[in-house]
Design a binder for this molecule. Structure first.
Ligand code: AMP
Ligand code: MG
Length: 550
């Protein structure tokens, strides 16, 4: 396999993928229609007319709620051409039209739409928080694309719902930019995730936010992100039905989810709930392994923020690790480090344990035993997945004795020398393995140059070489494989902050550039290099954390 190690990609390279689709793309947005009725209309929907008053919803999976459109002068911040074309069959040019901007702002609903907010609960920071639900999000409908895939657009920041509690139903520009960019970047980094189609901000619609929880609230502009997923069910969607003692509805919902979203499970299978639990668990553990591989820390891994489809959901105070330390915590509210980087697999297991308990009302004694059995295998499953992910990052194929410590020791060296997570792995791919102790070569690679300061670097390099020799990997193959899984660019908090500062002044160029850049995170990009996106992060960004205020 011959793959370029370091391709200098053109900045706006709109190559093949869309071109293939071009024939079928819809260029008149008014012609874009939802399936009517959407499949989710089969599930019970609460129709309380006082839709925007907080209420404990009963016996329903959704509430029918109209959007509360963004007011004032609207601007398109950015749109994901790939999401529009590949998921929605839309010519990306529609994003510039008034109808489309109105659609994202919650003002225009395509034919066949049915606007609902989803009811769910969740364990937040280890404690049952009761009903949460879509407090500022609306699912608009279901679009079945030319490939036969069904996708549900959801607006986030589109007004109050019965689940708003004390919130105003809105989202601000900074958090919306973060969600938009991370969703699309994660997709191209190989992380299962919800997608984001577009982001609109209002000049005039303002909301109050205390960004750093310091008592100094200020007005910020409201924005809406149009997110996209196959479906929006979370672990907490099941949990609320357990806590509220609605087992019949739980059964209906689980049967529905299996039928529509888990094609590998036979709906007639007696053990379908056991199989479903297993697949939900495996999908989520596969997902967390991809997070560990790209240094992604979700920040708020409550059970309401974990999708049953095993996709990353609800990007809030997340962070991609810069200089490596295992207990990295991006969220200012997580004092105990519950959701630290290295704890994520454990936390997913904890969440899956709660999920198994929630399912009990619809399980027979035998099925409970079977799920218990499955649960006892999950820790080993995720440990292996994470190790496999790191081995791929090192250009190795299969697990051998001593591999776990080879990986752990490298991470320890990175931590001791404050080397960068993303760049260390990438730079390991960029130089010949014979040069890993050549000072002159190492000095050209800023992050590796840090790791080599560690006393045991030489010993680690010897072990790595010996391990590569055992698998008989050619140097060309090793580097090609590693370049394909070790990104050059990830959405680092400092880069996002920088782009957000410009966006606050209505300069969306950097946001758009990042969106474009993250379509090809494994390729070196000249423009990004000039901006220092794979260089040592600036000193002001050291220890940058995010609050939940959004
Ligand atoms: P999150 O931390 O974003 O996962 O949100 C937790 C819960 O709070 C969910 O039920 C959200 O819908 C709700 N929520 C967060 N922000 C707002 C807001 N501004 N208005 C209404 N509900 C909100
Ligand atoms: Mg959430």
């Amino acid at each position: 396999m011959k793959r370029a190690f370091c391709v200098f990609a053109a900045l706006y390279d709109h190559s093949a993928p869309q071109a293939v689709n071009k024939m079928k793309l819809i260029s008149n947005f008014k012609e874009w229609k939802f399936k009517s009725p959407p499949s989710y209309a089969e599930l019970p929907i609460d129709e309380n007319p006082a839709y925007n008053e907080p209420v404990a919803v009963k016996n329903a999976v959704f509430s029918k709620v109209p959007t509360e459109p963004l007011t004032g002068n609207l601007r398109l911040v950015c749109a994901s051409e790939d999401a529009l074309a590949d998921l929605f069959d839309l010519d990306p040019q529609v994003a510039e039209t008034e109808e489309f901007i109105n659609f994202v702002a919650g003002k225009y609903l395509p034919e066949g739409g049915l606007t609902v907010s989803h009811r769910y609960g969740g364990y937040q920071f280890g404690f049952w928080a009761d009903q949460l639900g879509d407090g500022r999000a609306h699912i608009l409908g279901e679009y079945v694309n030319s490939k036969g895939e069904s996708w549900q657009p959801q607006l986030k920041g589109s007004g109050e719902t019965p689940y708003s509690r004390f919130g105003d139903g809105r989202a601000v520009l900074r958090s919306s930019v973060r969600e938009m960019l991370a969703s699309e970047a994660a997709h191209y980094l190989g992380v299962p995730t919800t997608r984001a189609a577009a982001l609109v901000v209002s000049d005039d619609h303002k909301v109050w936010r205390d960004k750093s929880y310091s008592g100094a609230a200020r007005q910020e502009r409201a924005a809406v992100v149009a997110r996209v997923c196959r479906a929006w069910y979370r672990l907490g969607s099941i949990e609320i039905l357990d806590k509220r003692r609605e087992p019949a509805l739980m059964r209906t919902l689980v049967e529905f989810i299996i039928k529509h979203h888990f094609p590998s499970i036979d709906v007639e299978d007696e053990d379908r709930f056991v199989k479903w639990y297993t697949e939900v668990a495996h999908r989520n553990l596969d997902m967390v392994a991809t997070w560990q591989g790209v240094g992604f820390t979700h920040g708020v891994l409550n059970t309401d923020n974990v999708s049953v489809l095993g996709v990353t959901i609800d990007y809030g105070p997340y962070g991609f690790i810069d200089h490596y330390y295992e207990s990295y915590v991006p969220n200012t509210s997580d004092d105990m480090g519950r959701y630290a980087f290295n704890r994520q697999p454990q936390i997913l297991l904890w969440n899956l344990e709660k999920f198994a308990l929630a399912l009990e009302p619809i399980l027979s004694a035998d099925q409970k035993d079977k799920i218990k059995e499955v649960r006892s295998t999950l820790e080993e499953y995720v440990t292996k997945k994470v190790l496999e992910t790191y081995l791929l990052k090192l250009g190795l194929k299969e697990i051998q004795d001593g591999d776990a410590s080879l990986v752990e020791d490298l991470l320890r060296l990175m931590q001791d020398t404050m080397a960068d997570f993303t760049c260390t792995f990438r730079q390991l791919a960029e130089i010949d393995v014979k040069d890993l102790d050549n000072t002159t070569v190492l000095e050209t690679k800023w992050s590796l140059n840090k790791v080599r300061e560690a006393k045991s670097w030489g010993a680690w390099v010897d072990r790595y070489r010996a391990r590569l020799a055992k698998e008989n990997v050619s140097e060309e193959e090793r580097r090609a494989r590693m370049c394909a899984v070790n990104p050059v660019y990830v959405p680092r908090n400092w880069m996002l902050q920088d782009a957000i500062a410009d966006a606050e002044k209505n300069d969306f160029q950097k946001v758009r550039f990042l969106l474009e850049l993250f379509r090809k995170p494994f390729e070196v990009n000249e423009e990004a290099e000039k901006l220092g996106y794979s260089a040592q992060p600036p000193s002001w960004s050291y220890g940058l954390k995010l609050s939940c205020s959004s």
